[in-house]
Structures are given as C-alpha cells and as structure tokens.
Design a protein around this ligand. Structure first.
Ligand code: NZQ
Ligand code: ZN
Length: 391
C-alpha cells in the first residue's frame, strides 16, 4: 500500500544534443551576476567551459568563478564558495560539472546568507534553510547522482571524518538542468562505470524496502533493466549515443524523488559507502559497488520475497525447480557478473580501506531504519570485512 504524499518536482530539464540551447532563455530569468562553479578542469579540456562562457557573455552577464570543486566536496570549500557568492551578490549559481559540483552549488546557495553555523544547521541537524536562497542552474557533465533534479547536497567534513547527505526541499532543487548525453563522452571509464553503479544503487536502495507491491516497484524494475542493457553497450562503446542517453535519463529518474513516493527506503549501502569515502576520499559509486554484495547477501533472507522478485523480473532468472532462496541468490550472482563486466571495484581494499580502519568507518556510518534488516555496528563491520575478503 502506498502511504500518503505530496509531490512536486520543480526542476525544468533540457535534454539532448541541443540542450545547451535552453541556457539563454533561462539566463533571462535572472539578474546580472552569475557565479560559475566547476570542478578540477575537465570542462576546460572538453570545450564545455568555452560553450557556456560564450552564452553567458552574449547574455550580458557578469561572471565570477569558483573552480576546483573536488569530488567529495569539502565543508571548507563550501564556506569559500558561500563567501564568494555573498561578496559577489550572485543572482544565479551555474553549476557546470557532475554531482559534486551540483551538490556543492546547492550547499553554497543556502550557506551564503545563513547566519547560523552552516555545518551544524544543514549537515548535522538536517534543517531547511530560513535565509535567502540563491537559485541554482546546472549543466551536467557526469551521470549518476541525480543531483540535477533533486535537493541532495552531500558534503564531507574532513575534520569530523563525516560525509553527510542533506536532502533539501523543493526550494533548493536546481531551477533548471541541461542534460546533453554527449557531454558525458569524455568521462574516464572508471568514473563512467562508477556512475552506472551509483544509479543501480539508488534504485536498489528504494526497491529493497517495504513489503507491498506498488507502482514504484514496477517503474524501478524497468529502470534497472534499461540500465543493465544500456550499460553493457556503453562499456563496450562509450560513444554509443543511444545507450548513453538512456543511461542519463535513467539516472535522473532513479533519484528525482518520484520512485520513493509513498514507500519506505533503505539507504544503508549509501551510508556505509559515504563513511568509506569520508576516510579514504574514494569515488562514490565504487564505494557502493564494494559493499553492495556483502550487504545484500547479509540481509537477503529478511526480504526474500523481494530478492526473488528482483532475480526474476530484473535478471530474468527462472524459478523452476528452485527454492526461493536459490532463486534470490541467483539474482545477486547475476548482478555480480554484470558488475565484473563493467569492471567495478568489489573489494574495498582497492579504495584504500584497511583492516585497521573498520572500527572508525563503522563509527562514521549512520544506521538507517528502512531496510529489511536494521544493521548493528557489528553488522557494518562484517559488511566491510566481507568486502575486504572479496577475490
Ligand atoms: O572535477 P573535474 O575536472 O570536472 O573532473 C570530474 C571528477 O574528477 C570528472 N568529470 C566530470 N564530468 C566529466 C569529467 N571528466 C571528463 N569528462 C566529463 N564530462 O569526474 C570526476 C567525478 O565527478 P563527480 O562530480 O565527483 O562525480 P559524481 O557525479 O559521481 O558526483 C559524486 C558526488 O555526488 C554525491 C556523492 O556522494 C559525491 O560526493 N551524491 C549526490 C547525490 C544527490 N545529490 O542526490 C546522491 C548520490 O548518492 C551521491 O551521494
Ligand atoms: Zn549515490
């Protein structure tokens, strides 16, 4: 049964090869000062920076840049951006990059005029902003997080060794997002496939929760099947537009809040993955890949019906002559083969996790309540140990 909910997603999308054509019209809605936010320089190498600057200049905008936003953006960097945005009097923050740049820009948008302690208010107490919010627009260059159409802002506090995902309300969602699948063609394979698994994980963490059938389960099965199909093509030919465009669209729907409406969600894999990143600075999607199989094998028996359904409807496993447990396990084994095909990291040791760090990583892991089995701290350590044993 679906619970009660209100639903609104205010982000306007421009999708396709000509998506950047939508920027000019969007810029007209804002006053002069545009804070251009980007990462470590990939947009300068692939020409996206030049295309965006040209449109900003032709639109008569005053531009101030905040560059060097790192993957797993830090709180210190967030404060730097907030100061720059306020001093400049930014009318619009234009994020050009992946989830990190987009998440960071949302953080800056609510931090610039915040009079409280930004970390404590937004990333510890998880409160909504009460101050002026600077609008954010996004030109997406990396696919996976769904940040282009949601209120997520994941920030790492390096002093506290915490990586926290705040999920802001509609007023912080990007006002618009430009999604050109061709912009993702220059992604290194490691980032591309990490993004693919991030998408899969977002869907699984919403699918594996709750006991009832609902529309979202059917939507999610379709999204997963599309992702598996297209990712197999993209990994062989990264320039396949059809595959990359399908994946980009799947990523947006995987985490633009729709499929979570009215149902429980899990998110424990993300909590463990984020804790690994807080201690190692590892790539987000790879941390999820490294803990998913140990986690799902651990909880499978508590949600056997859903794991069996996953095996049959997503991986095409036949139930004939098998126990529910055998069918369910075959589904996870099929997922493991797919993960190997993509070349994902399955042993967290490759991400810098060491046995002596497990206690500290467990301390940084939030325990969620919505999964089929609520983990204990010992359970988190067991998941990490199993990942380190993976051969
Ligand atoms: O910094 P540059 O030079 O741009 O390089 C980036 C970065 O090194 C590179 N890149 C991006 N687009 C490229 C490109 N390289 C070549 N060509 C391109 N077109 O890719 C690297 C990774 O970028 P990043 O933005 O960090 O990746 P992603 O999009 O996976 O974002 C990860 C962040 O998003 C958070 C994660 O925790 C992590 O901090 N998440 C945000 C969520 C949300 N808003 O809802 C949910 C997710 O679960 C996730 O937690
Ligand atoms: Zn994610």
């Amino acid at each position: 049964m679906l619970g009660n909910f209100e639903y609104c997603n205010p982000t306007k999308l421009y999708f396709g090869k000509n998506a950047l054509g939508g920027l000019e019209g969007e810029l007209k809605k804002y006053r002069k000062n545009v804070l251009l936010v980007y990462g470590g320089g990939s947009i300068k190498k692939n020409g996206i920076y030049d295309s965006v600057i040209k449109i900003l200049k032709e639109s008569g905008k005053e531009i101030r840049e905040v560059s060097g936003v790192m993957p797993n953006p830090t709180y210190a960097k967030l404060l730097e951006g907030a100061k720059a945005a306020k001093e400049f009097g930014a009318d619009l923050i234009l994020a050009v990059g992946g989830g990190s740049v987009c998440d960071y820009s949302k953080g800056v948008s609510v931090a610039a005029y915040c009079e409280d302690d930004v970390w404590e208010k937004y990333y510890e107490r998880l409160e909504e902003p009460e101050c002026k919010i600077i609008p954010v627009g996004c030109v997406l260059t990396m696919v996976g997080t769904g940040s282009e159409m949601n209120g997520g802002s994941v920030i790492t506090n390096t002093d506290k060794k915490m990586k926290v995902g705040q999920v802001f309300g509609e007023n912080v969602f990007p006002k618009f997002a430009i999604l050109n699948p061709e912009y993702t063609f220059t992604l290194p394979k490691y980032q591309m496939t990490a993004g693919f698994f991030d998408i899969m994980s977002h869907i699984m963490e919403q699918y594996f929760s709750g006991s009832d059938d609902n529309t979202s389960d059917y939507i999610m099965e379709g999204l997963m099947r599309s992702l598996i199909h297209s990712s197999r093509i993209a990994v062989k030919n990264p320039l396949d537009y059809e595959a990359r465009s399908n994946i980009m669209w799947t990523a947006t729907w995987a985490l633009n809040t729709l499929v979570a409406m009215g149902k429980d969600t899990d998110w424990e894999v993300h909590m463990i993955g984020q804790a690994i990143s807080a201690h190692t600075d590892a790539t987000h999607g790879m941390t999820l890949a490294a803990v998913s199989l140990p986690y799902y094998k651990m909880i499978m028996q508590y949600g056997l019906y859903k794991f069996k359904r996953f095996a049959v409807n997503v991986w095409g496993v036949s139930e004939e002559g098998k126990t529910d447990e055998e069918t369910a396990l075959e589904g996870l084994n099929a997922m493991e083969s797919w993960m190997k095909e993509l070349g994902l990291v399955l042993n967290a040791g490759e991400l810098g996790l060491k046995p002596e760090m497990l206690e500290a990583v467990a301390d940084s892991t939030l325990i969620m309540q919505g999964g089929y089995k609520v983990l204990t701290r010992a359970g988190v350590i067991k998941v990490l140990e199993d990942s380190l044993k993976y051969e």
